[in-house]
Ligand binder design. Structure first.
Ligand code: GLN
Length: 229
């Protein structure tokens, strides 16, 4: 439909990096989340079903996975960013994000300046890692491959703090009462869905889906399902 060619007919192959709750994570043996619901609507428009491929975020954000034909699209809570735009194309924005610093309750992590002599956990290839490196080059970073490993590192004390996107960190803090967000950095990020450079037919269907779900109120329904009211 609409001149869209899928890698496997009848399937939308989505690259994502698990876990990234509540955008994409496993629950009862199924991959679910905000991004998964949104791409299900894209697939529906194409009379196809979505198949999620879990792969490290680094290969997603560098464009390697899209350009090698591993997936039709990437939906990974991924920030639209100029470097990434050189390597693949992004849909219109579908979600706003900032970076936050999380640590043990009472640790007083009110800014990156509080991390002198401490270890900051970051997730490989993310805007959070980049932001902390730019703003606080002296702070020692410990790099984790995914969000699950990053937050485990915080719990075991391998790191004193972690930086990541507000949506996932607040979700985690709500379930881990001993931890708190110490500060939020207004990085003004927006998530987009990635496609291989020049795949305008698929991009068009994705953008139409985003616009239609916003207009119909379906966006709000999905939002409330994963983030509450
Ligand atoms: N939004 C962040 C980025 O694009 C983190 C994404 C992720 O880890 N899935 O770098």
């Amino acid at each position: 439909p609409g001149g869209v060619t899928l890698i496997q007919s009848g399937k939308v192959l989505t690259c994502t990096g698990l876990p990234y709750e509540p955008f994409q994570f496993e629950k009862d043996g199924k991959v679910v989340g905000f991004d998964v619901d949104l791409v299900d609507l894209v697939a529906k428009k194409l009379n196809a079903t979505q198949e999620v491929i879990d792969t490290p975020f680094e290969g997603i954000q560098s464009g390697v996975d899209l350009n090698s034909g591993k997936c039709d699209l990437a939906a990974a809570g991924m920030t639209i960013d100029d470097t990434r735009k050189e390597n693949f194309d992004f849909s219109d924005p579908y979600f706003d994000a900032t970076q936050v610093l999380v640590g043990k309750k009472g640790a007083g992590l009110t800014g990156l300046d509080k991390l002198q002599g401490k270890k900051l956990g970051v997730q490989n290839g993310t805007t959070g890692a980049k932001y902390a490196k730019e703003k606080a080059p002296d702070v020692e970073q410990v790099v984790f491959e995914d969000l699950g490993l990053l937050l485990s590192g915080l719990e075991t004390g391998a790191v004193d703090a972690a930086i990541n996107d507000n949506g996932v960190v607040y979700d985690w803090v709500n379930k881990h009462a001993d931890y708190e967000v110490g500060t939020e950095f207004a990085t003004g990020e927006q998530y987009g869905i990635g496609v291989k450079k020049g795949n305008t037919a698929l991009l068009k269907v994705i953008n139409e889906t985003i616009a239609e779900t916003r207009a119909s109120g379906q966006y709000d329904t999905i939002y409330e399902k994963w983030f509450g009211k």
